[in-house]
Design a protein around this ligand. Structure first.
Ligand code: CU
Length: 64
């Protein structure tokens, strides 16, 4: 289980697009995105650069 923080999600549409972007990554499953906390969790290990790329591409930021 990996947990990441995402900055910039404002509504359920953002939440859905973050979920979709993460689900599209190879090796990722069971994605859950918490809009209020600005967090996403999923099964699988993905290099940070790939997460960063996927999140930035849809207009959000990955937070440490
Ligand atoms: Cu939105």
């Amino acid at each position: 289980m990996q947990v990441i923080r995402i900055k910039g999600m404002k509504c359920p549409h953002c939440q859905a697009s973050a979920k979709k972007a993460l689900e599209a990554l190879e090796g990722v499953s069971n994605v859950e995105v918490d809009l209020e906390k600005g967090e996403a969790r999923f099964e699988g290990e993905v290099p940070r650069e790939r997460l960063q790329e996927a999140i930035v591409k849809i207009g959000f930021e990955l937070v440490d």
